[in-house]
Write a protein that binds this ligand. Sequence first.
Ligand code: FAD
Length: 288
Amino acid sequence: MQRPDISLEFFPPKSLEASFRLWDTVQNLAPLGPRFVSVTYGAGGTTRELTRDAVKAIHKHSGLRTAAHLTCVNATREETLGIATEFWDAGVKDIVALRGDPPKGQERFTPTDGGFESSPELIAALKDTRDFTVRVGAYPDIHPNAGSMDDDVQFLKRKFEAGADEALTQFFFEAETFFRFRDACEKAGIDKPIVPGIFPVENWKGARRFAEGCGTKIPQWVIDAFEKAERDGHTDLLAKSLCTELCSELIDGGVDKLHFYTLNKPELTRDVCHAIGVTPETRLENVA
Ligand code: FAD
């Protein structure tokens, strides 16, 4: 099996204890040699300062290439580009550019007065401001706001035309879902990298809620398997083997990059990475 390149996603800590947990996760996973790590931006634009501080701290203290997530929610164009420029000046040259979800209680995204109206607008403005590497979201299970897979793919194409360099996908449960989406993108003329987002399920109930919220379909066999594993008390084992199998099918299907949603917990991501051959030793071999 070909060793894939990995990237890792974290969320910003909201307490001192959570800061230690995040740093512990970074230190645990850094030896796997991620090509970059990223820090999310709270839904509704709620963690602007926390994201900024976490991105800068990880970039400065870990030496890892670090990307900041930015959304169009709850900020004017000037504020958003101001934050981006601050990142650039601190040496952070990677942005994950998103429209974002609306704040709690709001059904649909509505632009802020003077704010970006869509992700392609944000992407183009970032590229005009500095030579950022811009990554964007993509949705193999189709985004809840999209009319069809075709509409979703056409919208992703607009994001690449606006200057995006790479897409990171929402998580999904079956390799086939990703391959179908990748084929549709290829057919639409998209030739930029589309990197599968991998979600090692630490907490089944939480994962289910998360999937429902973002439009990820959960196959019945996955639901049955987790419910049985919960009854039998071996959810961890199931999570590890399902996630490893998914990654391994993706790699067999030609995928060479994986983006892990770590939820600031290192164990499962590390174990899955080891199982697919991503270990500190292979990283050193690659460097040599
Ligand atoms: P877009 O791609 O801009 O829009 C989503 C879909 O809606 C499109 O694919 C398209 O089908 C449809 N659509 C939107 N606008 C139009 C239009 N004008 N015309 C036609 N169709 C349209 N959320 C956060 O709040 N913070 C984060 O840090 C964060 N990180 C994420 C990281 C990744 C890798 C992913 C995949 C998602 C992340 N999200 C995050 C969630 C994301 O904000 C939501 O999924 C949001 O609803 C869509 O953001 P987007 O930029 O992908 O949307």
